[in-house]
Design a protein around this ligand. Structure first.
Ligand code: ADP
Length: 474
């Protein structure tokens, strides 16, 4: 369980690449070291064996040319110069009889060598063995070689030097390896980060786009062909999506536009019927038709208004608008409806607060938000309206103590025709907030909604104030 959690920890690609890089580097260094270690130990062993065989050869020719006494004195000299605890030499008969031996006190357990002598009898020229002796800390290498008729020379030497040499390599390797792994992980992390920076930029752009900045594109930079291809494809896809959205909007706007005239004609005919018909039933029908036409014309007009607002900031006529005044006026207009529904409107408005915008559109924006606040608040509730200017930004906030919006609905309420299930009992088209958002965006601002189901909602519109305040008192 814990192990699972541990191994699942690195979820980012950069962390995984770093781990892979460090892992592969460690493994290859380990393999390289083992190969190097194996080669060195083999070379050392072979060199020692060659030395042994050379010695056997030398003693053999010494015996042949200078006789036994010379051999004995050479053996004595060799042991005294190297030390009896580092080397021993023995002369044996083929049957294992010890004819001469150096000080063997440090070499207990060497044995009679019968095994090796057997091999020599069978025709081998020499026998090499590695021994583990109780008195010796290190292994011992020994050679048996025939140097004369029925005369075998055994030389034995401790492998202390070789073992220590290899030991030094082993000891250096562990800390060296640790340092190398840390460096490899760091370099791997840098490389992975560098390689993935382009992907991060694409992701950041995607996030900005998902938050509404549909015009954003991944900036062009040289980041490697693969990332460049990803960025280009991504930008191309966005262009395509934008074109499709635009075409779809244009189509629905055209349909809406084309429906307006026939609907107006139907409404006109129904009005005639309402005035001229003698039958009560027909007049009731005509009144229903007029009501439905008005509703449809209302929807169509709002759709066309949204389309107009969405067509961009260039389309709005900028004028100085006192948004505090616009808001106050809207509150006064809605006061009657509020009283009718026993809802209290409280305001926190400055005397004046000037922004640049289009008065008519800003009026509609405030009216829509206020209308919703009153529509979705039960009797005895409160709607609080405030305007605050701070740091060149104006925040228009409309809060209510109404039915609220669920967490699931909240991200969708600004979409066209979206209506929360809980509020379906109230009349509405689901276009009001889309229009609010389109107007706010066309003014270069943003609108946010926060809400708690059953407790109420707050809609905040943030717009920019002109750089130089033009109103007295501000
Ligand atoms: P509608 O004509 O349905 O009011 P809107 O676009 O104005 O359409 O609002 C979309 C949906 O958002 C509404 O149907 C309602 O469910 C929800 N909504 C908007 N404002 C509020 C609010 N103040 N309190 C609760 N729900 C709201």
């Amino acid at each position: 369980m814990y192990l699972n959690k541990f191994f699942r920890l690195p979820t980012t690609l950069a962390a995984r690449l770093t781990l892979w890089y460090a892992g592969i580097f460690t493994l290859s260094t380990l393999v390289a070291f083992l190969a190097f270690y194996f080669v060195i130990s083999t070379v050392l062993k072979e060199r020692r064996d060659q030395d042994f065989l050379g010695d056997v050869q030398e003693y053999s020719s010494m015996l042949a040319t200078e006789g036994m006494e010379r051999v004995k004195s050479e053996i004595a000299w060799e042991v005294s110069s190297d030390g009896a605890e580092h080397i021993f030499l023995r002369l044996l008969s083929m049957d294992g009889e010890e004819l001469l031996t150096t000080d063997m006190s440090a070499w207990e357990g060497v044995g009679s060598g019968s095994h090796a002598l057997e091999k020599l009898k069978k025709g081998a020229t020499h026998v090499l063995e590695t021994l583990d002796l109780p008195e010796q800390e290190f292994q011992v290498r020994t050679v048996y070689g025939i140097i004369g008729p029925d005369l075998v020379l055994q030389i034995g030497e401790s492998l202390e030097e070789d073992t220590e040499f290899l030991e030094i390599h082993r000891k250096i390797f562990v800390p060296l390896m640790a340092v190398m792994v840390i460096i490899a992980a760091f370099v791997g992390w840098l490389l992975a980060k560098r390689a993935l920076r382009g992907v991060e930029e694409v992701t950041e752009t995607a996030i900005e786009i998902s938050e509404g900045a549909l015009d954003k594109r991944v900036p062009y930079k040289v980041r490697g062909e693969e990332i460049e291809r990803l960025a280009n494809t991504f930008n191309h896809m966005l262009d395509r999506i934008n074109v499709l959205i635009k075409e779809m909007r244009e189509m629905t706007d055209n349909i809406a536009h084309d429906l307006r005239s026939p609907l107006a004609r139907i409404r006109g005919a129904a009005e005639m019927a309402l005035v001229n018909s003698a039958s009560d039933q027909h007049r009731a029908f005509a009144a229903n038709v007029i009501e439905d036409c008005d509703r449809l014309i209302g929807i169509i007009n709002t759709m066309l208004d949204i389309a107009e607002a969405e067509s961009g900031a260039a389309e709005i006529t900028l004028e100085e608008v006192d948004i505090a005044r616009v808001t106050r006026r809207a509150c006064e207009l809605f006061q009657a409806i509020a009283e009718e529904n026993s809802i209290k409107i409280t305001t926190q408005l400055p005397d004046s607060c000037v922004i640049y915008g289009e008065t008519r559109k800003l009026q509609r924006m405030v009216a829509n938000l206020l209308d919703n606040a009153l529509k979705y608040t039960q009797p005895e509730g409160t709607v609080t309206v405030s305007v605050n200017a701070d740091n060149g930004q104006v925040a228009i906030s409309i809060s209510d103590t109404g039915i609220g919006i669920s967490e699931d609905d909240l991200p969708h309420i600004f979409k066209r025709f979206y209506r929360c299930d809980i509020s379906r009992a109230q009349g509405g088209t689901g276009l009001g907030l889309s229009l609010v958002q389109a107007i706010v965006r066309s003014h270069g601002g943003r609108v946010n909604a926060s809400s708690h189901l059953g407790k109420g909602s707050t809609f905040t519109v943030t717009l920019s104030q002109p750089a130089l305040p033009t109103q007295p008192g501000h």
